[in-house]
Ligand binder design. Structure first.
Ligand code: GLA
Length: 382
């Protein structure tokens, strides 16, 4: 958690609204493996990190609500009974969406003010959106005593993203951000929304993130297209989600789907399997195996699921050239954002430098390197 961020939002709030706010920290996440499997009912393996969003929230006694994004220096005022999605891509949709979904559940909230600031780089594939949604729902739950469980809260956050942001996301990001456990990753079964924590202590190895600092446009529609392609294949197979399928099932309908969609469904089935194998590798402390699975995941995302991009592939290739990197892959929805690298601790700095230099030479822009620690989920800060 960043105490600086908390202090900043607290002071900004007191200055603007002359009252003490509730303070909430809601983290972003990494994902070790299991990409694009969540909305297919499969397994994912995320962890909350020490980067996130700090929010200050309190009831308002004026006739409306104010939300302020400190990073952007952007202020909006709104009324609870007149909510509708704002223009595509605007940050307020995360706030409006959460409020609207709470109200859809017949929970009564009053006017409120919120000021937030984050240190998760946008578009990095580290779920700044889920962190924001969770902080809003968590804050409102506290403030108005709504009695929502954490599970209900993440479903509200997810629906906000579906209906107000327009991304038909799965549940991984919201779950990891809300339920994160310090020093642990969560093997989440997205069919039951139940997770098993795995202590992550690799002794000589660590995860390292490298952000391409690119976010290619159309990534939201490409995401939704992937999701509907998977749903169509599941329907053809007569099952609810691809989680229920094995490769053999897919072969039986090979004539009924395009080669592209066949590969996508195959990727999902294989990635669900890889994620379970990765958990086993961690149990057995077999990091070579874990690394190989991570590389295989990228290969599938690049060639079968087709959600990677040149910048991500370049960074993964840089990793492959370094024997101290056991595995690397793109992380999150794709089309930009970060790679996650499993690397020997003592070599992390060297690799980061070499890869950054090569990246600059190739693309004439900078990438960014993040060292993260695995942290607790959304919580009140006293
Ligand atoms: C985004 C979505 C998640 C998940 C990942 C891909 O982060 O929000 O639900 O589908 O992409 O694994």
């Amino acid at each position: 958690m960043s105490t600086t961020l908390i202090k900043e939002v607290k002071e900004a709030f007191k200055k603007k609204f002359s009252t003490d706010p509730l303070l909430i920290f809601s983290p972003g996440r990494i994902n070790i493996i299991g990409e694009h499997t969540d909305y297919n009912g499969g397994f994912v393996f995320p962890a909350a990190v020490d980067k996130g969003i700090a929010s200050a929230i309190q009831k308002s006694n004026t006739g409306n609500c104010t939300a302020i994004a400190l990073n952007l220096d952007s202020v909006i005022e709104f009324e609870l009974d007149k909510l509708k999605p704002s223009k595509e891509g605007s940050w307020e949709n995360y706030v409006f969406g959460v409020v609207a979904e709470i109200q859809n559940r017949n929970k009564i909230i009053g006017n409120f003010n919120i000021i937030f600031k984050g240190n998760i780089p946008g578009g990095a594939g580290m779920s700044s959106s889920a962190a924001l949604e969770n902080s809003v729902v968590f804050g409102l739950n506290e403030l108005f005593d709504l009695g929502l469980t954490k599970k209900e809260m993440i479903l509200i956050s997810q629906k906000a993203e579906h209906n107000y942001v327009g991304v038909k996301c799965g549940i991984m990001d919201q779950y990891a951000s809300m339920f994160g456990i310090k020093n642990n990753a969560l093997l989440l079964d997205c069919r039951t929304i139940e997770a098993k924590p795995y202590k992550i202590d690799f002794k000589e190895h660590q995860f390292l993130l490298i952000n391409t600092n690119v976010k290619h446009s159309l990534s939201d529609s490409a995401y939704n297209d992937r999701r509907s392609a998977c749903e169509r294949v599941a329907e053809l197979l007569g099952i609810e989600t691809l989680r229920e399928a094995i490769e053999e099932d897919l072969k039986k309908i090979i004539d009924k789907v395009t080669p592209e969609n066949y590969q996508k469904a195959l990727y999902v089935i294989q990635e669900i399997e890889r994620t379970q194998k990765a958990a086993k590798a961690i149990e057995e402390n077999d990091l070579q195996k874990l690394g190989a699975l991570i590389y295989a995941s990228h290969n599938g995302l690049q060639h079968q699921y087709k959600v990677s991009c040149d910048e991500l592939d370049f960074l993964v290739n840089q990793a492959k050239k370094n024997k101290h990197v056991l595995g690397a892959r793109m992380m999150g929805g794709g089309f930009g954002g970060c790679t996650i690298n499993l690397i020997k601790k003592s070599e992390a700095k060297n690799f980061a430098q070499t890869a950054s230099k090569a990246y600059k030479n190739k693309f004439n822009k900078d990438c960014s390197v993040y060292y993260v620690t695995l942290s607790d989920g959304t919580h009140l800060v006293k």
